[in-house]
Structures are given as C-alpha cells and as structure tokens.
Unconditional design. Structure first.
Length: 113
C-alpha cells in the first residue's frame, strides 16, 4: 500500500485504519506510488481535521482568526477554535505549524471530556 511503511511494520495496521477512516492523510505521487510520510510532523490543521472527525461539535463563527483564509478547512478550524479546543497565537491559527506531543494530548483529552 505505502512505499514508506511496510505491511509488517509495527504500526501498519493502525496507520491503515486511520487512513481508510479518513482521520489522517496520505499522498499519491505523480508515478502512482502511495506515501504516508511517517516521519513528517503533524500540522495544526491536520490535527484539527482528526479531532473534528472524532468529536461532536456544533459550528459557530464567533472568534476572529486572522489567518483563516490560509486554512484548507476553515469551517473545521473556526469550529474548534470557537469550542476552545485550539487556541490562537497572536490572533493566528498557524495551520502549517507542527504540533507538539502535548498539544496532541491536550486536544484529544478535551474531546474525550
């Protein structure tokens, strides 16, 4: 399936499930090969998409987000910022910034509560 994750790798089943479930992305190269990029950092927007899919959120648009126009999924970002799942950094969401492990755990804990 993926050129960069072998089917017998320890995490393959979890990766395959998450990809097919739409929780995380993958890419198809111009030559038709598929890549997961397991060593690439997760961005804030990628985490937001995953959190949105596993949670139950009501959309609203109360918070001004200066860089909402740079987001691929502005509705998801807006909803999660409004719900307090993500905080802004000087008014910006910074969708392409890599998340820390602590940010991942915090977001998932907030969804679980």
């Amino acid at each position: 399936m993926f050129e960069d994750v072998h089917w017998n790798d320890d995490g393959f089943d979890a990766i395959e499930t998450a990809v097919f479930g739409g929780y995380i992305g993958w890419e198809k190269s111009t030559d038709g090969l598929e890549y997961f990029y397991p060593d690439r950092p997760v961005t804030r927007e990628e985490l937001a998409k995953t959190v949105f899919l596993i949670g139950d959120f009501t959309p609203s648009a109360n918070t001004d987000i200066a860089d909402i126009g740079t987001c691929e999924e502005p509705r998801i970002v807006q909803t999660l910022v409004d719900q307090g799942i993500f905080t802004l950094e000087q008014g910006n969401f910074n969708p392409k910034r890599a998340v820390t492990n602590n940010e991942i755990l915090t977001a998932l804990q907030m969804v679980a509560d």
